[in-house]
Design a protein around this ligand. Structure first.
Ligand SMILES: [Fe+2]
Length: 214
């Protein structure tokens, strides 16, 4: 028997008063995020309608295929925005604490937090529309930075996003020129909620604090 399809609810984020990212940008961005939630729910509902007869027939396959591909775009757009908003806060800081889990993991993976940040920022400067994501490989406990095109191309299966930065132009066009993405990236860094980042590490691998390889 077919169950009720998944329904996602937009999450609330209090992101007023960030440094270098205006309230106007955040209000627009949160509205855009809600659109991804709506589109994700609609696509899931459409796809479930195909299944209600117990199969997808030959005639239905082109629409079923296209909707399934679009769901990858919309659902990743929804989730990445939640992770992005979730790792920002008013009163954030541009560096993790010296003894934080993230600092230890970055040092283990890159040799230093500075080199990790250099790599992450350069990934964020790649030409095109997408995201810079620092992910954890739970098998090795190492961090690595990745470029995600659009919302769905470039994820490594099984890797867990730890820090997520939106570099679509809508993330900064109200505050900066298109050529000033680097300034926006520095603004992003000045607002990072490192406690959330550490919690993601801890959740990704239970007892992470004791398992960072040396
Ligand atoms: Fe965005």
């Amino acid at each position: 028997m077919l169950k009720i399809p998944e329904v996602n609810t937009p999450r609330e984020f209090n992101l007023h008063g960030l440094r270098g990212i205006s309230d106007q940008t955040m209000a627009m961005h949160l509205t855009l995020y809600q659109g991804y939630v709506t589109a994700t729910n609609e696509l899931i509902e459409h796809l479930w309608a195909f299944l209600k007869d117990g199969t997808v027939d030959h005639e239905g396959m082109p629409a079923y295929s296209e909707l399934t591909r679009r769901l990858g775009f919309e659902r990743n757009g929804m989730v990445l925005h939640e992770q992005y908003f979730g790792n920002l806060m008013q009163g954030g800081s541009d560096r993790p604490g010296r003894h934080s889990l993230f600092a230890k993991a970055a040092e283990n993976s890159y040799g230093s937090v500075d080199l990790w940040k250099t790599d992450f920022c350069r990934v964020g400067m790649l030409r095109g529309v997408g995201w810079a994501v620092c992910s954890l490989n739970p098998a090795t406990r190492r961090l690595s930075n990745h470029w995600i095109s659009l919302h769905e191309h470039g994820h490594v299966a099984g890797f867990i996003p730890i820090l997520v930065m939106d570099v679509w132009e809508h993330a900064y066009l109200l505050d900066y020129k298109p050529s000033e993405r680097g300034v926006y990236i520095e603004s992003f860094f000045s607002n990072i909620h490192w406690k959330t980042v550490d919690e993601r590490l801890d959740t990704a691998v239970p007892a992470y604090a004791g398992s960072v390889p040396r």
